[in-house]
Ligand binder design. Sequence first.
Ligand code: GDP
Length: 530
Amino acid sequence: MSEITNEIKKRRTFAIISHPDAGKTTLTEKFLLYGGAINQAGSVKGKATAKHAVSDWMEIEKERGISVTSSVLQFNYGGYCINILDTPGHQDFSEDTYRTLMAADSAVMVIDASKGVEAQTRKLFKVCVMRHIPIFTFINKLDREAKDTFELLDDIEKELGIATCPINWPIGSGKEFKGVYDRAKREVELFSDTKKGTAMGEVKMIPIDAPETEELIGSDAKDILADEIELLDGAAAEFDQELVDKGQLSPVFFGSALTNFGVETFLKHFLKMTTSPLPRKSDHGEIDPMTEKDFSAFVFKIQANMNKAHRDRIAFMRICSGEFEAGMSVYHVQGGKDVRLSQPQQMMASERKMIDKAYGGDIIGVFDPGIFSIGDTLTTSKEKFAYEGIPTFAPEHFARVRQVDTMKRKQFVKGINQIAQEGAIQIFQEFNTGMEEIIVGVVGVLQFDVLKYRLQNEYNVEIRLENLPYEYIRWIENEEIDMDRLSGTSDMKKIMDLKGRPLLLFAHEWSIRMTEERNEGLILSEFGRS
Ligand code: GDP
């Protein structure tokens, strides 16, 4: 096997998804601790920076700077080279959060044991399902009072529609938390003090049938565990790697990221069960990193620069095959010419550093003089194939944009198109009314402020945004549908994208189903084609 194939085989590239505060940052930190990438937990990012005033672009920039540095982290553990993709939450939640999932080969879903499945997890989960990537579950905060374990699993199965397979099982929770039971080994891993998670902690495993088990966890806890295991063995799905690979079965682990408990156990199992870099679809068929020798990558995120010369940006790309070398010349398929990839960067723990080499599975950021768009392919292959594009994700907030000074139409159109091309916003028009007004859709409301601020500062255009009451957008899959005869609901609005393709906006979710029922053959989709 070649050196390059060896490097790629070692890679594990995954995203962590969760609702804010479930413990994503803490878990990531603990992974880095085990990987030796940081010495002490608490150094990845200061939580104090998470809350900010949304109106000030400088603040947004600072925040952005932080989300850039923590967006991809690489470290080594147990012979693997691991790339963790962070999916920003809070006010930072945007289309980028979804796009990040397009670069991952699997996902780790962190769930707060006292809360179960929450809104943001649900949204991100849908994208994982669309991609059929393996999904792993880490149920966190067992050191706090937790929901009933069966209820938690039921919640995941019902809410998300994925079967679960507990790899281990918690013994109590909160003050009564004793540890977890490893179902395959039939051993109990005892909860140990890790100085609030700053030390790695000693893992103590004892067989469930050993005489000291009862003494260590208490006879009540042991009885409850025995009952639960009996119930579980009779009812739960068996571990099946094939179903895990297809994203149809989620292995579930329990622990407490804060105290470090269950983190290394999870990491070890997860790395074995998850996948090395997966093949990707292109217009020349599937490109498999194990057989494709040439370098190829696609752009999944563009970070607009903070200075006024806004054409200076960083393009984040996922390398899909081959080897990357700093300064190498590659063919930009959509641009139709060769480009040199300069200033390549990668994130190591809390630092950004320049890199010389990277391989299939890795994520790099390169200097973008304003030529790349989201979804673009770069390759050194003679075949010049293009990877399948990145879908457009459904915005949830809509506003009509009005220019304050109508004389500046040209700058306005240029600016708003540029910002849309970077992928921060989506723009639409009224459907066949002849009106030139623009409707903007965003995934996270912060993007409205970003739009306003950037138009003012970079294009000298002042705008007013008038919020619209819609929350749901659907693309029409069968474009032959006669839009004039479409019978919708009273809260529905017809709009079109810049290519003239029709879309529907709804204020209520139930109206979507009603509209589908009223129009036979109508196929609505939550994901658009770019
Ligand atoms: P994120 O928003 O998902 O990145 O969540 P954080 O990792 O920032 O955690 C949110 C809060 O929960 C912080 O105050 C953490 O210290 C706390 N936390 C994280 N994991 C645990 C855990 O296992 N147990 C307890 N008790 N608290 C935790």
